[in-house]
Design a protein around this ligand. Sequence first.
Ligand code: ADP
Ligand code: MG
Length: 330
Amino acid sequence: MIALSLNGVNKYFGKTQVLKDIDISIEDGEFVVFVGPSGCGKSTLLRIIAGLEDASSGSVSIAGQDVTYEAPSKRGIAMVFQSYALYPHLNVKGNMSLALKQEKQSKDVIEQRIAKAAQMLNLESYLNRFPSELSGGQRQRVAIGRAIVREPTLFLFDEPLSNLDAALRMNTRLEIANLHKQLATTMVYVTHDQTEAMTLADKIVVLRDGVVEQTGTPMELYNDPRNQFVAGFLGAPSMNFLPASVFNATDDRTLGVRPEDLFIDEAGPISAQVNHVEQLGGDTNLIVRMDERQLTLRLFGQHHIAEDSRIRLNFANEKAYYFDANGNRA
Ligand SMILES: Nc1ncnc2c1ncn2[C@@H]1O[C@H](COP(=O)(O)OP(=O)(O)O)[C@@H](O)[C@H]1O
Ligand SMILES: [Mg+2]
C-alpha cells in the first residue's frame, strides 16, 4: 500500500518558489530520508505533509486519503523536531501523555502506551524528571516517545539529531533504526547529513533548490548517481572531480572518482603532491594537489607518507564517472 504520496506539490513564499513539482510516493513501512543542503526546502516539504504549511498547488495523500485540506491533527501523523519542543513545566510522563489526554484516551491506554514507549527508549527511570533535568539525548528520546505513544500511521522527523554531539548522534541514529524495525511504521526523515541518509534510509530523496534530483536506495544513488550534484553530495569524503581533458585532450567532460577508488601506483597517470595526511587510525585520508586541483584519497589502514612528497595515482576505468557540461551523467 502507498503510505504517502505527494503529487505535483509547489510552494511559493511570496514570489519565491521553494518547492517545484514534487512527486514522491512512499510505500507502507518504508524509511524515507529527504536529504539536501540547508535551505533546499526539506522542512517546508515535511511541514506540508504534516499540514503545518499549505502547498501552493498539488496534493498530499496519506494512506490513500487525500489530506490536502485536512487539519494536522486529522492526518494520523506525529512529528519530531530538532528543537525537541518539550513543555518545560511538565515532567517526562506529562509530556508524553499530553496529546493522548487531548485525544481523550482512557487512563489505562495512556499508562500502557507510556510504559511501552518508555521501555523501548530506556526512559523508565526518568518519567518523573523535568526536561531541564535531562541531557540533550534524553530530551530527544522523550520527544520521540511522545510521538510513539500516539501510534501514528506516519512519523515525521525534522533533523532530530542535529543538536546532539557526535557520539550521541550515532547512538540515537541506531536507536531510531531499531525503532523503525520494531514499529514497522512508515517514517519520513529530513536531514542535511548524508551519513544519516545513507545509514537510515530504505529510500533516499535528494533535494536541491526545491527540486527532487534523484530517488533510490542508498547504494543505487551512491553507485549510479544521475548527476554531479548527487555524486558529490553522497559519500564522505566527497567524490573528486577533474576535467577529463587531463587524460584525454579532446574531451571537455568532467571526470569523477571516489576517494576510495584512487590508489597510489608508480605507473599511474596522475602526478600529485601530498598536501596533508589525515591519520584516522582505521583509515588514512590523503589530500593531494594535482596542478591547482585538490584530490582526496581514502586508503584503508595506516599509511605513513611524507607531506610534500610526490606520488603517482591511478584508478580503474570502471570506477570513473563522467559528467557533461550541465553536470548530467554522460
Ligand atoms: N515562512 C517562510 N517565509 C518565507 N520564506 C521561507 C519560510 N520558510 C522557509 N522559507 C524559505 O524557503 C526555503 C526553504 O526553507 P526550508 O524548507 O526551511 O529549507 P531546509 O529545511 O531544507 O533547510 C529557504 O530559502 C527559506 O529561507
Ligand atoms: Mg530545515
